[in-house]
Design a binder for this molecule. Structure first.
Ligand code: FA5
Ligand code: MG
Length: 421
């Protein structure tokens, strides 16, 4: 019947996610705005652009890589819960409480996580499942899912986005059988050293073949999706792989990072029961690819329920080209906010997350425009410019003022800053 208010997802003592209740504690930092997105599963909604791109990638892998019996080599998983343990997300088997403090403070984490409760978090990447799927016996798989981070705010970053992970393992025979006299080669060596090219236990020839296969697989995928597109590889660091690379593509005259990848850390394979194999892994951002493929200008559009957006993707055939016709752009409104930072414990991403949680999709971009340290007192202040723009109508100065005022108020009470308004 009407009138029964929905149960709050974040109560005073508990946080409810996908029908499970977790105790709320000091580590909890998920917000109602974030939890609203859990379970939306845009990547599984028929004809959503993220679903379309996932289907295109699946179709490419199914038709290009066959197993021995003509079966698809890569199995596809797109329904794993985004609620994971801190250990799964960081592949670190430390005392969970200890690792929670690590992820809140340490530079090891490349991103700031959204924590449900103590050792439970929303996955920050699909790599959180690598180890479990390898342990279950899979040698080649793709995995799509929603991931959650406290990150920057602009047209290509959003705190909830979608990734597709790919993993492929090779036995000695699989890697070397195509090489002349390959039976004399081995995957592993003892007494080796870790260098920029390889891990200590790997032979250089094995790593080079795995790396070649990885880059070729990804280049073929990108060519299949985009035809000719300018691509470059950048060396980088990931905790689960070494060596590691990022692929960037040319988009609107700039280089846009679309994926990270590398040769899997042998430790991870050893502890997942695949110690006799070498593997590669990649993780790509589905929004980023869809933005390039369908010319979608802003990442917030993926969450739109506006028919004018959704209907453009209802094609008969997933391979049909689509060029998104932007909804007309409504004028933006700018508002600045300056405050003194607390002595410690402030990070820019805390502020970005607060802005997202109060302002939701009205916020198009937040940028730090001034970082000032008082010459006498040593106190530091930040000034941020917030750009407000609604995707579907013109905002009024009054409604922006309400949101902006709430952001000022919450920044003071939640982040301990002192307003300079
Ligand atoms: C990772 O998440 C690694 N787990 C990828 C990986 C997998 C490396 C397997 C090695 C082996 P990264 O944080 O760079 O890496 O994210 C991967 C991709 O997700 C990026 O290249 C980008 O396309 C996309 N991405 C990252 N942050 C955001 C964001 N805030 N909004 C939208 N897309 C994003
Ligand atoms: Mg990256």
């Amino acid at each position: 019947t009407e009138g029964s208010a929905p149960r709050p997802v974040i109560g005073p003592d508990s946080v409810e996610v996908l029908g499970y209740s977790y105790p709320r504690d000091d580590f909890t930092n998920v917000t109602p705005k974030i939890l609203e997105k859990v379970g939306r599963n845009l990547h599984n909604q028929s004809h959503h652009p993220l679903w379309l791109i996932k289907e295109r990638i699946k179709a490419h892998f199914y038709s290009s890589y066959m197993g021995r019996w003509g079966n698809p080599l890569f199995s596809v998983h797109d329904n794993l819960s985004p609620v994971v343990t801190v250990e799964q997300n960081f592949d670190r088997s430390e005392d969970p409480i200890n690792s929670v403090s690590i992820i809140h403070s340490s530079p090891v984490a490349e991103c700031l996580p959204l924590v449900v409760s103590r050792a439970t978090m929303l996955r920050a990447h699909t790599s959180a499942h690598q180890s479990d799927l390898v342990r279950s016996g899979l040698d080649a798989f793709l995995l799509a899912g929603d991931v959650y981070r406290r990150d920057e705010i602009d047209a290509s970053h959003y705190p909830v986005f979608h990734q597709m992970e790919g993993v492929r393992l090779f036995s000695n025979h699989e890697l070397f059988s195509q090489v002349k006299d390959g039976h004399q080669l081995s995957l592993f060596e003892s007494g080796g050293r870790r260098t920029p090219q390889k891990q200590e236990t790997h032979t250089l020839e094995a790593v080079k073949l795995v790396e070649f296969n990885l880059k070729q697989t990804l280049t073929r995928l990108i060519t299949n999706l985009f035809g000719d597109l300018e691509v470059r590889w950048v060396d980088c660091y990931f905790p689960f792989t070494h060596p590691s690379f990022e692929m960037e593509v040319r988009f609107h005259g700039d280089w846009l990072e679309v994926l990270g990848c590398g040769v899997m850390e042998q430790e991870l394979l050893n502890s997942a029961g695949a110690g006799n194999k070498l593997g590669w892994a990649f993780g790509l951002g589905l929004e980023r690819l869809a933005m390039v493929l369908y010319s979608i200008p802003d990442i917030r559009l993926f969450w739109s329920q506006d028919e004018r957006f959704l209907k453009q993707f209802r094609v008969q055939d997933i391979h049909q080209p689509i060029c998104f016709q932007p909804l007309s752009k409504y004028p933006p409104l700018h508002n600045d906010i300056s405050f003194w930072l607390p002595d410690d414990g402030f990070t820019e991403n805390d502020f970005y997350e607060l802005v997202r949680s109060v302002g939701g999709d009205l916020v198009e971009k937040v940028s730090l425009v001034d970082d000032f340290t008082h010459p006498k007192t040593g106190r530091r202040s930040h000034c941020y410019r917030i750009v407000y723009r609604h995707m579907e109508r013109t905002l009024t100065q009054q409604e922006v003022a309400v949101v902006h005022g709430q952001i000022q108020q919450d920044a003071e009470s939640e982040l301990g800053v002192q307003g300079r308004y």
